[in-house]
Design a protein around this ligand. Structure first.
Ligand SMILES: [Zn+2]
Ligand SMILES: [Zn+2]
Length: 369
Protein backbone atom coordinates (compact mmCIF):
# COMPACT_ATOMS: atom_id res chain seq x y z
CA UNK A 1 0.00 0.00 0.00
CA UNK A 2 1.09 3.55 -0.72
CA UNK A 3 0.33 6.14 1.97
CA UNK A 4 -1.33 9.05 0.23
CA UNK A 5 -2.90 12.38 1.04
CA UNK A 6 -5.25 14.63 -0.87
CA UNK A 7 -8.29 16.85 -0.60
CA UNK A 8 -11.70 15.21 -0.50
CA UNK A 9 -15.25 16.10 0.41
CA UNK A 10 -17.26 13.87 2.71
CA UNK A 11 -20.69 15.23 1.78
CA UNK A 12 -22.26 17.43 -0.86
CA UNK A 13 -22.09 20.51 1.36
CA UNK A 14 -18.93 20.08 3.44
CA UNK A 15 -16.34 21.42 1.02
CA UNK A 16 -12.95 19.84 0.41
CA UNK A 17 -10.65 19.03 3.31
CA UNK A 18 -7.34 17.19 3.73
CA UNK A 19 -7.83 13.42 3.60
CA UNK A 20 -5.35 10.60 4.22
CA UNK A 21 -5.84 7.33 2.37
CA UNK A 22 -3.98 4.42 0.80
CA UNK A 23 -3.45 3.63 -2.83
CA UNK A 24 -2.86 0.08 -4.01
CA UNK A 25 0.70 -0.69 -5.02
CA UNK A 26 1.36 -0.64 -8.75
CA UNK A 27 0.38 -3.79 -10.61
CA UNK A 28 2.88 -5.03 -13.24
CA UNK A 29 1.28 -2.84 -15.95
CA UNK A 30 0.92 0.29 -13.81
CA UNK A 31 2.99 3.38 -13.12
CA UNK A 32 3.20 5.43 -9.92
CA UNK A 33 3.04 9.17 -10.49
CA UNK A 34 4.05 11.95 -8.10
CA UNK A 35 1.47 14.62 -8.85
CA UNK A 36 2.85 18.09 -9.59
CA UNK A 37 -0.21 19.95 -10.94
CA UNK A 38 -3.92 19.29 -11.23
CA UNK A 39 -6.40 21.47 -13.11
CA UNK A 40 -9.75 22.45 -11.60
CA UNK A 41 -12.56 21.40 -13.93
CA UNK A 42 -16.24 22.36 -13.63
CA UNK A 43 -16.99 18.62 -13.50
CA UNK A 44 -15.03 18.46 -10.24
CA UNK A 45 -17.58 20.81 -8.71
CA UNK A 46 -20.57 18.92 -10.15
CA UNK A 47 -19.15 15.72 -8.71
CA UNK A 48 -18.08 17.08 -5.32
CA UNK A 49 -21.60 18.44 -4.84
CA UNK A 50 -23.34 15.35 -6.21
CA UNK A 51 -25.04 17.41 -8.91
CA UNK A 52 -25.12 14.37 -11.21
CA UNK A 53 -26.58 12.16 -8.47
CA UNK A 54 -23.84 9.49 -8.67
CA UNK A 55 -21.20 10.72 -6.25
CA UNK A 56 -19.76 8.22 -3.77
CA UNK A 57 -18.27 9.90 -0.69
CA UNK A 58 -15.60 10.61 0.25
CA UNK A 59 -15.02 12.20 -3.16
CA UNK A 60 -11.54 13.33 -4.23
CA UNK A 61 -11.75 15.09 -7.61
CA UNK A 62 -9.02 15.86 -10.13
CA UNK A 63 -8.70 14.62 -13.71
CA UNK A 64 -6.26 17.05 -15.25
CA UNK A 65 -3.14 15.61 -13.69
CA UNK A 66 0.49 16.30 -14.56
CA UNK A 67 3.26 14.59 -12.66
CA UNK A 68 6.50 12.66 -12.71
CA UNK A 69 6.81 8.88 -12.81
CA UNK A 70 8.32 7.66 -9.53
CA UNK A 71 8.02 3.88 -10.05
CA UNK A 72 6.89 1.44 -12.73
CA UNK A 73 5.53 -2.12 -12.66
CA UNK A 74 7.57 -5.02 -14.05
CA UNK A 75 5.97 -5.13 -17.49
CA UNK A 76 5.77 -1.38 -18.15
CA UNK A 77 7.46 -0.35 -21.39
CA UNK A 78 5.78 2.96 -22.30
CA UNK A 79 7.11 5.09 -19.42
CA UNK A 80 10.13 5.16 -17.16
CA UNK A 81 11.01 6.66 -13.81
CA UNK A 82 11.53 10.42 -14.15
CA UNK A 83 9.25 10.90 -17.18
CA UNK A 84 6.82 13.82 -17.14
CA UNK A 85 3.36 12.41 -17.74
CA UNK A 86 -0.32 13.28 -17.70
CA UNK A 87 -3.54 11.57 -16.68
CA UNK A 88 -6.92 12.74 -17.94
CA UNK A 89 -10.51 11.69 -17.24
CA UNK A 90 -10.06 7.92 -17.61
CA UNK A 91 -7.69 5.44 -15.99
CA UNK A 92 -9.06 2.24 -17.51
CA UNK A 93 -11.80 0.77 -19.70
CA UNK A 94 -13.08 -2.73 -20.52
CA UNK A 95 -10.56 -3.09 -23.39
CA UNK A 96 -12.83 -5.68 -25.08
CA UNK A 97 -15.87 -3.91 -26.56
CA UNK A 98 -15.90 -2.58 -30.13
CA UNK A 99 -15.23 1.07 -29.16
CA UNK A 100 -12.30 0.03 -26.93
CA UNK A 101 -10.83 -2.18 -29.66
CA UNK A 102 -11.16 0.74 -32.09
CA UNK A 103 -9.44 3.13 -29.68
CA UNK A 104 -12.57 5.00 -28.58
CA UNK A 105 -12.18 4.15 -24.87
CA UNK A 106 -14.26 7.19 -23.97
CA UNK A 107 -17.27 5.47 -25.57
CA UNK A 108 -16.61 2.09 -23.88
CA UNK A 109 -19.69 -0.15 -23.92
CA UNK A 110 -18.40 -2.60 -21.30
CA UNK A 111 -20.54 -3.33 -18.23
CA UNK A 112 -18.86 -0.58 -16.17
CA UNK A 113 -18.02 1.73 -19.09
CA UNK A 114 -14.66 3.45 -18.72
CA UNK A 115 -13.18 3.89 -15.27
CA UNK A 116 -13.20 7.54 -14.29
CA UNK A 117 -10.05 8.93 -12.68
CA UNK A 118 -12.20 9.92 -9.71
CA UNK A 119 -15.57 8.74 -8.47
CA UNK A 120 -15.34 5.74 -10.78
CA UNK A 121 -17.07 3.43 -11.63
CA UNK A 122 -19.33 6.21 -12.81
CA UNK A 123 -22.51 4.17 -12.40
CA UNK A 124 -22.06 1.77 -9.48
CA UNK A 125 -25.56 0.40 -10.01
CA UNK A 126 -24.31 -1.22 -13.22
CA UNK A 127 -21.90 -3.37 -11.24
CA UNK A 128 -22.86 -7.03 -11.11
CA UNK A 129 -23.63 -8.25 -7.56
CA UNK A 130 -20.47 -9.20 -5.66
CA UNK A 131 -18.24 -8.09 -8.50
CA UNK A 132 -15.02 -6.83 -6.99
CA UNK A 133 -14.29 -3.27 -7.87
CA UNK A 134 -11.19 -3.08 -9.99
CA UNK A 135 -9.67 -0.63 -7.55
CA UNK A 136 -10.81 -2.37 -4.40
CA UNK A 137 -12.82 0.50 -3.03
CA UNK A 138 -16.16 2.08 -3.77
CA UNK A 139 -14.78 4.85 -5.89
CA UNK A 140 -11.53 6.06 -7.37
CA UNK A 141 -9.67 9.05 -5.96
CA UNK A 142 -8.39 11.66 -8.38
CA UNK A 143 -5.53 14.05 -8.75
CA UNK A 144 -6.15 16.44 -5.85
CA UNK A 145 -3.57 14.21 -4.18
CA UNK A 146 0.15 13.63 -3.99
CA UNK A 147 0.28 10.30 -5.81
CA UNK A 148 -1.62 8.39 -8.50
CA UNK A 149 -1.31 4.78 -9.74
CA UNK A 150 -2.49 4.20 -13.31
CA UNK A 151 -2.18 1.53 -16.06
CA UNK A 152 0.60 2.59 -18.42
CA UNK A 153 -1.56 2.82 -21.53
CA UNK A 154 -3.84 5.40 -19.87
CA UNK A 155 -0.86 7.62 -19.09
CA UNK A 156 0.08 10.39 -21.56
CA UNK A 157 3.47 11.82 -22.36
CA UNK A 158 3.94 15.55 -21.77
CA UNK A 159 5.82 16.83 -24.82
CA UNK A 160 8.75 19.20 -24.42
CA UNK A 161 7.70 22.80 -25.00
CA UNK A 162 4.51 22.65 -22.95
CA UNK A 163 4.60 24.36 -19.59
CA UNK A 164 3.63 21.69 -17.08
CA UNK A 165 0.91 23.71 -15.37
CA UNK A 166 -0.55 24.70 -18.74
CA UNK A 167 -0.55 21.09 -19.92
CA UNK A 168 -2.88 20.06 -17.09
CA UNK A 169 -6.15 21.57 -18.44
CA UNK A 170 -5.50 20.07 -21.88
CA UNK A 171 -6.11 16.63 -20.36
CA UNK A 172 -9.84 17.36 -19.98
CA UNK A 173 -10.86 20.79 -21.29
CA UNK A 174 -8.41 20.54 -24.18
CA UNK A 175 -9.30 17.06 -25.40
CA UNK A 176 -13.02 17.65 -24.85
CA UNK A 177 -12.94 20.38 -27.48
CA UNK A 178 -10.17 18.94 -29.68
CA UNK A 179 -12.08 15.68 -30.17
CA UNK A 180 -15.17 17.23 -31.87
CA UNK A 181 -13.04 19.65 -33.91
CA UNK A 182 -11.23 16.60 -35.25
CA UNK A 183 -14.25 14.29 -35.53
CA UNK A 184 -16.27 16.84 -37.51
CA UNK A 185 -13.24 17.48 -39.71
CA UNK A 186 -12.46 21.15 -39.12
CA UNK A 187 -9.97 22.33 -41.73
CA UNK A 188 -8.38 25.52 -43.03
CA UNK A 189 -11.00 27.95 -44.31
CA UNK A 190 -13.87 26.57 -42.21
CA UNK A 191 -15.93 28.83 -40.03
CA UNK A 192 -16.37 27.60 -36.47
CA UNK A 193 -18.70 29.06 -33.85
CA UNK A 194 -17.99 28.54 -30.17
CA UNK A 195 -20.66 29.26 -27.60
CA UNK A 196 -19.33 30.17 -24.16
CA UNK A 197 -15.97 31.75 -23.49
CA UNK A 198 -14.79 29.96 -20.35
CA UNK A 199 -11.93 27.48 -20.05
CA UNK A 200 -13.36 25.20 -22.76
CA UNK A 201 -14.30 27.98 -25.16
CA UNK A 202 -10.91 29.64 -24.82
CA UNK A 203 -8.88 26.55 -25.75
CA UNK A 204 -11.41 25.47 -28.42
CA UNK A 205 -11.04 28.84 -30.16
CA UNK A 206 -7.25 28.76 -30.00
CA UNK A 207 -7.13 25.24 -31.45
CA UNK A 208 -9.65 25.91 -34.23
CA UNK A 209 -7.67 28.98 -35.24
CA UNK A 210 -4.48 26.88 -35.30
CA UNK A 211 -6.32 24.45 -37.62
CA UNK A 212 -6.85 27.36 -40.01
CA UNK A 213 -10.50 28.04 -39.21
CA UNK A 214 -12.14 31.43 -38.74
CA UNK A 215 -13.64 31.53 -35.25
CA UNK A 216 -16.59 33.40 -33.79
CA UNK A 217 -17.03 33.32 -30.01
CA UNK A 218 -20.52 33.81 -28.63
CA UNK A 219 -20.54 35.14 -25.09
CA UNK A 220 -23.03 36.70 -22.67
CA UNK A 221 -20.29 38.91 -21.25
CA UNK A 222 -19.64 42.20 -23.03
CA UNK A 223 -16.24 42.49 -21.37
CA UNK A 224 -15.07 39.33 -23.11
CA UNK A 225 -15.55 40.71 -26.63
CA UNK A 226 -12.12 42.34 -26.59
CA UNK A 227 -10.58 39.17 -25.21
CA UNK A 228 -11.99 37.28 -28.19
CA UNK A 229 -10.20 39.66 -30.54
CA UNK A 230 -7.01 39.31 -28.54
CA UNK A 231 -6.89 35.56 -29.20
CA UNK A 232 -7.68 36.03 -32.90
CA UNK A 233 -11.44 35.41 -32.94
CA UNK A 234 -14.51 37.58 -33.46
CA UNK A 235 -16.71 38.13 -30.42
CA UNK A 236 -20.50 38.25 -30.66
CA UNK A 237 -22.88 38.93 -27.79
CA UNK A 238 -25.33 36.09 -27.42
CA UNK A 239 -28.26 38.40 -26.78
CA UNK A 240 -27.94 39.66 -30.37
CA UNK A 241 -29.27 36.31 -31.56
CA UNK A 242 -32.99 35.71 -31.33
CA UNK A 243 -35.10 32.67 -31.83
CA UNK A 244 -36.79 34.38 -34.72
CA UNK A 245 -34.79 33.73 -37.89
CA UNK A 246 -33.52 37.08 -39.04
CA UNK A 247 -32.84 36.75 -42.78
CA UNK A 248 -30.69 39.85 -42.63
CA UNK A 249 -28.38 38.39 -39.98
CA UNK A 250 -25.08 38.13 -41.87
CA UNK A 251 -24.15 35.09 -39.77
CA UNK A 252 -27.11 33.04 -41.04
CA UNK A 253 -25.99 29.77 -42.67
CA UNK A 254 -22.29 30.57 -42.59
CA UNK A 255 -20.94 28.09 -40.02
CA UNK A 256 -19.38 24.68 -40.69
CA UNK A 257 -19.51 23.66 -37.02
CA UNK A 258 -20.77 25.19 -33.80
CA UNK A 259 -19.60 23.91 -30.41
CA UNK A 260 -21.46 24.69 -27.21
CA UNK A 261 -19.13 24.76 -24.22
CA UNK A 262 -21.71 26.26 -21.84
CA UNK A 263 -21.65 24.21 -18.61
CA UNK A 264 -25.42 24.34 -18.13
CA UNK A 265 -28.65 23.86 -20.07
CA UNK A 266 -29.24 26.67 -22.57
CA UNK A 267 -31.37 27.32 -25.64
CA UNK A 268 -29.68 26.03 -28.81
CA UNK A 269 -32.38 27.26 -31.20
CA UNK A 270 -30.91 30.73 -31.82
CA UNK A 271 -27.75 29.08 -33.14
CA UNK A 272 -29.28 26.54 -35.52
CA UNK A 273 -30.02 29.03 -38.34
CA UNK A 274 -26.34 29.93 -38.35
CA UNK A 275 -25.32 26.44 -39.55
CA UNK A 276 -24.77 25.76 -43.23
CA UNK A 277 -26.75 22.92 -44.79
CA UNK A 278 -25.74 19.49 -43.40
CA UNK A 279 -23.64 20.99 -40.62
CA UNK A 280 -23.80 20.21 -36.92
CA UNK A 281 -23.98 21.86 -33.54
CA UNK A 282 -22.18 19.84 -30.87
CA UNK A 283 -22.98 20.16 -27.19
CA UNK A 284 -20.16 19.22 -24.84
CA UNK A 285 -20.44 21.60 -21.89
CA UNK A 286 -23.36 19.94 -20.15
CA UNK A 287 -24.64 16.38 -19.86
CA UNK A 288 -28.25 16.97 -18.81
CA UNK A 289 -31.46 17.21 -20.87
CA UNK A 290 -31.35 19.83 -23.63
CA UNK A 291 -33.87 22.59 -24.16
CA UNK A 292 -36.33 21.37 -26.84
CA UNK A 293 -34.93 21.72 -30.35
CA UNK A 294 -37.17 23.24 -33.00
CA UNK A 295 -36.98 20.69 -35.82
CA UNK A 296 -38.27 23.35 -38.19
CA UNK A 297 -34.76 24.73 -37.96
CA UNK A 298 -32.87 21.44 -38.21
CA UNK A 299 -35.06 19.73 -40.86
CA UNK A 300 -35.02 22.50 -43.43
CA UNK A 301 -31.26 22.47 -43.71
CA UNK A 302 -30.60 18.88 -42.62
CA UNK A 303 -28.68 20.09 -39.58
CA UNK A 304 -27.62 17.93 -36.68
CA UNK A 305 -27.39 18.45 -32.96
CA UNK A 306 -24.85 16.07 -31.45
CA UNK A 307 -23.09 15.26 -28.22
CA UNK A 308 -19.44 14.50 -27.62
CA UNK A 309 -17.75 13.17 -24.48
CA UNK A 310 -14.13 14.01 -23.61
CA UNK A 311 -11.79 12.20 -26.05
CA UNK A 312 -9.90 8.96 -26.55
CA UNK A 313 -6.45 8.22 -25.16
CA UNK A 314 -4.95 8.72 -28.64
CA UNK A 315 -6.73 12.07 -29.00
CA UNK A 316 -5.52 13.13 -25.56
CA UNK A 317 -1.92 12.52 -26.66
CA UNK A 318 -2.66 14.30 -29.95
CA UNK A 319 -4.01 17.40 -28.26
CA UNK A 320 -0.93 17.65 -26.04
CA UNK A 321 1.33 17.32 -29.09
CA UNK A 322 -0.81 19.72 -31.16
CA UNK A 323 -0.74 22.43 -28.50
CA UNK A 324 3.00 22.03 -27.95
CA UNK A 325 3.58 22.30 -31.70
CA UNK A 326 1.38 25.39 -32.11
CA UNK A 327 2.35 27.10 -28.86
CA UNK A 328 -1.22 27.04 -27.58
CA UNK A 329 -2.17 26.87 -23.93
CA UNK A 330 -4.82 27.86 -21.46
CA UNK A 331 -4.20 30.94 -19.41
CA UNK A 332 -3.73 29.34 -16.01
CA UNK A 333 -3.68 30.64 -12.50
CA UNK A 334 -1.82 28.56 -9.93
CA UNK A 335 -3.78 27.70 -6.84
CA UNK A 336 -2.75 26.78 -3.30
CA UNK A 337 -4.79 23.67 -2.53
CA UNK A 338 -5.97 25.27 0.72
CA UNK A 339 -7.88 27.81 -1.40
CA UNK A 340 -9.72 25.18 -3.43
CA UNK A 341 -13.15 25.85 -1.91
CA UNK A 342 -12.91 29.58 -2.72
CA UNK A 343 -11.80 28.75 -6.26
CA UNK A 344 -14.90 26.54 -6.68
CA UNK A 345 -17.11 29.47 -5.71
CA UNK A 346 -15.45 31.68 -8.30
CA UNK A 347 -15.73 29.10 -11.06
CA UNK A 348 -19.41 28.62 -10.20
CA UNK A 349 -20.11 32.36 -10.34
CA UNK A 350 -19.26 32.71 -14.00
CA UNK A 351 -17.19 31.25 -16.74
CA UNK A 352 -13.69 32.04 -15.50
CA UNK A 353 -11.77 32.21 -18.74
CA UNK A 354 -8.45 31.18 -17.22
CA UNK A 355 -8.08 27.78 -15.66
CA UNK A 356 -7.22 27.25 -12.02
CA UNK A 357 -4.43 24.72 -11.62
CA UNK A 358 -3.56 23.36 -8.19
CA UNK A 359 0.14 23.39 -7.37
CA UNK A 360 0.47 20.15 -5.42
CA UNK A 361 3.64 21.45 -3.77
CA UNK A 362 1.18 23.31 -1.52
CA UNK A 363 -0.28 20.06 -0.24
CA UNK A 364 1.12 19.55 3.20
CA UNK A 365 0.83 15.99 4.42
CA UNK A 366 0.81 17.26 8.01
CA UNK A 367 -2.61 18.83 7.46
CA UNK A 368 -4.39 15.58 6.84
CA UNK A 369 -6.14 13.45 9.42
ZN1 LIG B 1 -13.03 17.85 -16.69
ZN1 LIG C 1 -14.91 -1.04 -23.65
Amino acid sequence: MIEAVGYATSHSFTGLKPHKFERDDAKPNEVVIDVLYCGVCHSDIHQAKNEWGNTVYPCMPGHEVVGRVSAVGDTVTLHKVGDLVGVGCMIDSCRECAPCREGDQNYCEGPNSWLATYNGPMIPAKKAPNEANRYNRDNTFGGYSNVLVVPEDFVLKIPAGLKLEAAAPLLCAGVTTYSPLKHWGVKAGDKVGIVGFGGLGDIAAKMAIAMGATVTLFTTDEEKLEEAVRIGATGVLEKKLTEEVDPTNPLTRTFDLILSTVPKKHDLNPYLPLLKRDKTMVVMGDLGPLEPINNMQTAFHRNGVAGSLIGSIAETQEVLNFCAEHGIAHDVQLLDIKDINDAYKEVEKGDVRFRYVIDLATLNAQDAH
